[in-house]
Design a protein around this ligand. Sequence first.
Ligand code: NAD
Length: 341
Amino acid sequence: MRQLKISLKDNSYDIFIENGIISKANEYIKEVYKNKKVYIITDSNVEKQYLNQVIEVLKNDFIVDYVVIPAGEESKCLNVYASVIDSLLEKNIRRNELLIALGGGVIGDLVGFISATLYRGLPYVSIPTSLLSQMDSSIGGKTGIDFYDRKNIIGCFKQPSLVLIDPLTHKTLDKREFNNGMGELIKHAIIGNDRLFNLLLEKSIIDENIIYESLSVKKRVVELDPFDQGERMLLNFGHTFGHAIELKMNLKHGEAVAVGMLMAIKFGVDLGLTDSDIHSKVKQVLDLYDLPSFEVDYKEYLKETLYDKKNLAGIVNFILVDKIGHAFIHKIKEDELKWML
Ligand code: NAD
């Protein structure tokens, strides 16, 4: 078992990572929640795999109810947000009763947002089941929904009371969903953990230890920057170019980040800021885990970076790495960038 604690000024919580932990989830939850009733919110895929098992174990200590939503990003929307709240109110949910997010990043973001807003705030526990949610999105407290085709545009910060990660659950993910998480996991190694990078070079299975190492990168930036005003930007390594190619090349987000990281490395090498050996090492890891590693000329996409929503007026922030395990923010004035184009 591996354990991490997120320590924030007015909110700290534990993350337990252990194979099979969902079969004793009640033991952990009763340490942070003293009322009787809990409401699991899950999606239609995760329902089939894990809902009954989680209900059975929680029944040992709690009265359990649940809501199931359709699987997929489309559920991170105002309609589903409203329908879940409607179901919870129908079930007579009270202030201070506990929500449990059982699922991937979509469930995590949606349930976190409901927990922040229903009755102006209820506690929630996260049981992430996709690799992406286990190695990244279940911690840090960013919650929200999409609005029409704008991703994550409505939301707020709300930290969970507890996160329980069972690495065995991501074994039932299909290959592309697994890869989606893998792209982001490799990113964590490149920006903040060379030990993790070396483990990945050995083609390790993605176990408790790897998830722990990946989350420790996120923990560091979340604690430095709980409200996404500075250091958290480092997590966007590979995203500026990744966003530009994701739709165009019909890639999953994590796959686009993989290619975007190679583009950002080439850009950094050309600026004289990135060690040129990094490119082949990163390509080697991407190939090991069957992620796309084809070359795309970053220069063709520099123009689109001007419109990235993360940029402030007049300045474009690029996340670059100088060596494996260390990322930094490189600011370029829009005028200079236009000149480069
Ligand atoms: P997801 O929740 O849609 O899960 C991907 C697919 O896998 C879904 O079909 C889901 O039903 C299925 N699934 C989940 N766990 C499974 C399991 N154990 N077995 C079988 N199938 C399973 O998507 P995701 O990739 O987990 O997360 C993506 C979302 O996370 C996006 O909306 C993104 O914006 C958000 N995100 C949030 C943060 C944050 O900090 N809050 C960070 C990164 C991404």
